[in-house]
Design a protein around this ligand. Structure first.
Ligand SMILES: Cc1cc2nc3c(=O)[nH]c(=O)nc-3n(C[C@H](O)[C@H](O)[C@H](O)COP(=O)(O)O)c2cc1C
Length: 185
């Protein structure tokens, strides 16, 4: 299973990046080949509508995305939405670039409110790219990530990763041949 973890922040001391790396460990533990991506490492230019359609860096990014079947996106809440940096990665993808793929979503908030607007916004973008979105989201306060997630939060995170992998496997599996009895023969 090729799974891509996309963390919105590249800075290693960032709680978003820390959570991303924790998710990489969980997904590797359940048998995934994981590609860990940040906008910082990719350094794609801002897609402001002036870029050439055959930009080599964008083509390389699109091919990298095509190599994954499952994704986990992690963003902090910036003014009630995902960061512009992570959105820019998606703005370099074609329509339905994630058709048949599964996306799991995590978001971090600095304030007392959980990052629900960010999660809902990311869900809309994932569906617009053609992906199936895992129904359970993970929302954290950045302080709880900084202090180290407690057992309950770790279990929620593990359950999200497992559900993304399971859903992706089910979507990729061929349908079983119907039994003769099911056909009424
Ligand atoms: C530009 C900006 C906007 C932010 N807007 C919000 C917000 O709307 N709601 C919120 O709870 N936190 C907000 N925050 C706080 C971030 O969500 C918080 O700092 C983040 O979770 C920390 O992530 P990091 O450790 O990966 O940098 C904002 C922070 C920045 C820098």
């Amino acid at each position: 299973m090729n799974l891509m973890v996309i963390a919105a922040i590249g800075r290693e001391s960032s709680t978003t990046n820390m959570l991303g790396r924790q998710i990489v460990g969980i997904c590797e533990g359940i048998g995934c080949d994981v590609d860990f991506v940040t906008p910082t490492a990719l350094a794609l230019p801002v897609n402001d509508g002036t870029l050439p359609p055959d930009l080599p860096a964008a083509k390389a990014w699109q091919e990298r995305v095509a190599g994954a079947k499952a994704f986990i996106w992690i963003s902090p809440e910036y003014h009630s939405g995902m960061t512009g940096g992570i959105k820019n990665l998606f703005d370099h993808l074609g329509k339905e670039a994630l058709r048949g793929d599964v996306v799991g979503l995590c978001a971090l908030a600095g304030g007392a409110m959980a990052a629900l607007n960010t999660l809902n916004g990311m869900s809309i973008v994932a569906r617009s790219l053609g992906a199936w979105v895992a129904p359970d989201y993970c929302a954290f306060n950045s302080n709880e990530v900084k202090q180290g997630l407690d057992e309950r939060a770790c279990k929620r995170l593990e359950a999200l990763c497992q559900s993304v992998v399971d859903a992706s496997r089910r979507l990729s599996a061929p349908w079983p041949e119907p039994a003769q009895a099911d056909l009424g023969i």
